[in-house]
Ligand binder design. Structure first.
Ligand code: FES
Ligand SMILES: [Fe+2]
Length: 461
């Protein structure tokens, strides 16, 4: 899209965004290419494919991909489409196999790195000798691999763009918060696994609603008022919206990430184990883990926060400790995938209580998530009309009050929890991708001639 097009759609400086970007089919098609075709995307967690030949079918934008572990233990991400005539070679959610055999004409692909030069290679073609006369170049027609793949503290990420920067650069200092979700509750690095399977559902809303909600929308507490009134926590006391004091919105304007979290701290932190007081055994577990955590983190600065990694991966570091990915299914539908994280070595009864709690809170049957889904679905529906789509959305809360926050390199804040700063940070990034900026500009190694600085207020707040 041209700069002109983008400026007519997203005005970061003045805090408005056209409804067209949430409903227009041409813009959506461009997003699949410019955003989902280039950004680093979350695929899954290594704990979902622990053994050789395990696979887990995931998504990148609208594309189906297979995360698989070969017999040498290496992970691969392959496009789930047969090179013959496109059929999905794998129609299961997860499993274990050495061979993906296409159901259409039975071409088969091996994942075994010992037998083939590259996992995903075409190894079986019916009629290879008789009908193809032995002339089909099998090495040419293997499954397509992603351009880059990375394992970050157990989470698997991939991009279709060979030129994309290393994932660590793409995450920037926002990775400190992601760590707080991925690390064991006792403070040690890693040590988390995905609990059971993935909860999946579809809602009639544009994928950008959840992405820009989880990037830091602290103003929508009113939507969850009924949940707060009944006390959603397992102890049936306290409110889900109670927050420790030093909790703010931080955004990374050069990278498009953002969330709600804490200033870096040396002392007190929060694992929210206290919500399980009604379950003595679970409470005991969190008490012990928290004591170890205090020892492990003593004297170390640590970080805690939840938010969205551009474009569509969001995470919560507290209870329920989850990852949610908002996969686009056309401009008016999102397929949500929620992954629930638990400490790998937590006792089974703790995991089981957490499973119940997570599902009471999140997902289509969860009391809290239902509120959000309704908002996003009705907003999408009410934005489609020929009349309604003429009127932009408003993102002006806290506009112009942001300033750099040096302890998180690259981040801005405005000393507040409730602000639309982060939605603008996200939209700024979206508009840079949609203009087709090359990576040197996207990573701000060089300043793009069309770059606009994120508006920072100079002077007193
Ligand atoms: S489409 Fe897969 S074998 Fe023909
Ligand atoms: Fe919400």
């Amino acid at each position: 899209m041209t700069l002109q097009d983008i400026h007519s759609l997203v005005d970061v400086e003045n805090g408005t965004g056209s409804r067209e970007i949430f409903v227009d089919h041409d813009i959506y098609r461009e997003e699949l290419k410019q955003v989902f075709g280039r950004a680093w995307l979350f695929i899954g967690h290594e704990s979902q494919v622990p053994n050789p030949d395990d696979f887990f079918v995931s998504r990148m934008g609208e594309e189906s991909v297979i995360l698989t572990r070969d017999r040498q233990g290496e992970l691969h991400v392959l496009l789930n489409t047969c090179r013959h005539r496109g059929m999905k070679v794998c129609r299961y959610d997860e499993g274990n196999t050495r061979l993906f055999t296409c159901p259409y004409h039975a071409w088969s692909y091996s994942t075994d790195g010992e037998l083939v030069s590259k996992p995903g290679e075409l190894v079986g073609v019916p009629g290879f000798k008789t009908h193809y006369h032995g002339q089909l170049d099998k090495q040419e027609w293997g499954l397509i691999h992603v351009a880059q793949m990375r394992n970050y503290r157990g989470t698997i990420w991939a991009t279709w763009d060979q030129n994309a920067p290393p994932l660590e650069d793409y995450l920037g200092s926002f990775s400190l918060w992601l760590d707080s979700a991925l690390n064991h509750r006792d403070g040690r690095e890693g040590g988390s696994v995905v609990l059971v399977g993935v909860q999946k559902w579809r809602t009639k809303c544009n994928w950008k609603f959840p992405a820009t909600n989880f990037v830091g929308d602290a103003a929508h507490g009113v939507s969850h008022k009924s949940v707060n009134m009944v006390g959603i926590s397992p102890s049936a006391s306290g409110r889900r919206d109670e927050r420790p004091k030093d909790h703010y919105a931080f955004g990374w304007p050069d990278l498009g990430h953002g969330g709600l979290g804490f200033t870096p701290r040396l002392e007190e932190d929060w694992v929210q184990g206290d919500v399980f007081t009604k379950y003595p055994e679970v409470s005991k577990y969190f008490g012990e883990v928290y004591a170890t955590r205090k020892k492990n983190l003593e004297g170390k600065t640590h970080y805690q926060g939840k938010g969205t990694i551009f474009p569509n991966m969001s995470f919560h570091e507290e209870q329920p400790r989850t990852i949610i990915v908002s996969h686009p299914n056309g401009p008016e539908e999102t397929e949500f995938w929620r992954f629930y994280l638990v400490d790998e070595d937590a006792p089974d009864h703790v995991k089981d209580t957490l499973r119940h709690y997570y599902m009471t809170y999140s997902g289509p049957g969860g009391m809290t998530e239902q509120d959000d889904l309704e908002n996003w679905a009705y907003a999408t529906e009410a934005s489609k009309g020929a009349i309604s789509r003429q009127f932009p959305y408003n993102y002006q809360q806290g506009l112009g009050w942001s300033e750099p926050f040096d302890e998180y390199p690259g981040a801005v804040w405005c000393g507040n929890l409730v602000t639309e700063q982060n939605q603008l940070v996200w939209l700024k990034r979206w508009s840079e991708f949609m203009q087709g900026w090359e990576w040197e500009y996207l990573m701000h190694e060089r300043v793009h001639p069309d770059a606009r600085a994120f508006p920072l207020k100079v002077g007193d707040k």
